[in-house]
Design a protein around this ligand. Sequence first.
Ligand code: ADP
Ligand code: F6P
Length: 456
Amino acid sequence: MSRLVVVSNRVAPITEGEPTAGGLAVGVLDALKQQGGIWFGWSGEITGDVASTANPGQTVGRITVFTVGLSRRDYDEFYRGFANGSLWPTLHYQIGNARFDWKEFFGYRRVNALFARSLAALVRPDDMIWAHDYHLFCLAEALQEAGLTNRAGLFLHTPFPAPAVFMTNPAHAELIRAMCRFDLLGFQTEPDRSAFADYVLREAGGTALGDGRLHAFGRTVKTGVYPIGVHVDKARGEEEAPANRRYASRLRASLAGRKLILSVDRLDYSKGLPQRFAAFERFIEEFTARQGSVVFMQIAPPSRSDIQTYREIRHELEAEAGRINGRFAEVDWVPLRYLNRSFTRNVLMPLYAEAQLGLVTPLRDGMNLVAKEYVAAQDPADPGVLVLSQFAGAARELDAALIVNPFDEAGVAAALDRGLAMQLAERRERHAAMLQVMRRNSLDAWRDRFEADLRA
Ligand code: ADP
Ligand code: F6P
């Protein structure tokens, strides 16, 4: 049987006990743990002037990880520059935050080629290559140029925007042509898939062959929708283990019976944190009876902090948290707790379970695993309420959440009040509906369906 070789820029630490912030790393790690495989990517290290060759591989359980280091130039042009300075904002509809430099695009292609050359030394002819995310749009092209003929698929964890937005990136045509060199392209939701198909059909002269297959640039690529999920039962298991409840017990004691609203995000401008803080301020301003009896805790570990837009949002949030607390705090109540740190997942799950309300309001998100983790961690007999942005991919499946527009401060404030007041019967009904969808679209189903389609 052919092996599955996963390729992604970010590779999660595979030893237990280290925090992993980021949906890709969390999802791939969980998916691989069970069935094993090879995982190839960046070591997270900058290795001076030249990229390092792949290390001999580290095996933990059934996963073997091979990594390469990037040179300073590769890191600047590929990771900091084109991937996170150009593509990330464009894919999230934030074209005002995007910058572009052809030099960085060439650096991006160069690192895709570097990955392909390193993979050529590792893979067998019948291995299947599963690439992840926007860092690797040019990987199939590079693999073919390195002489590999393995089946190759790409799963995009982020949204894919409307063609008019994607075309603001000057390298859009090169990127689409390169993406069409994969055998299979997976998206989180149907709107993402059809935005990509729209581009291929309208702008690249492609034709639709039915069943998600597109013919363009002289070859056929299959496209499909594979919403990423979580291990529902594992989340509850972690929630219940006494050793994992240390922080949750401290949190509960500190709340002294007050209700908790919880948000957990990488500190990223796509997550809508300033808008969320503003909505929370509006909530305590308008619903005065809630003052003193509700606490909002935002956990947001810094991410990509050597990129200017990320430094700016961090400063903005620090200032806002201080201002809101300064305005409303009492001698015995501080409304907003802002934590710039990560927690291991087994600690995070019991924290989710402490919150009467999970607040997940990205301005755009491919899926948003935090929303699903929050639901999975709830006690079905007395679950909390999820308030979810209509612009998160997860809203397509979790329509039993209280769905909000993150740009509508008053609407989010009203949803907070409604969620905190919701009666047990309604909470249970909504939670059961969400759990049912999440069981159907589990992490295993995500992996198995993608793998089966790639194999086919
Ligand atoms: P993204 O991939 O954009 O970061 P997701 O919500 O899909 O967004 O995935 C985030 C993942 O990272 C989740 O699995 C979540 O548990 C984890 N994560 C986010 N913030 C933290 C944190 N502060 N500590 C630990 N894990 C975190
Ligand atoms: O899931 C979105 C994502 O961009 C992943 O691709 C990435 O691994 C994660 O968020 C964290 O970002 P980074 O790898 O840049 O630290």
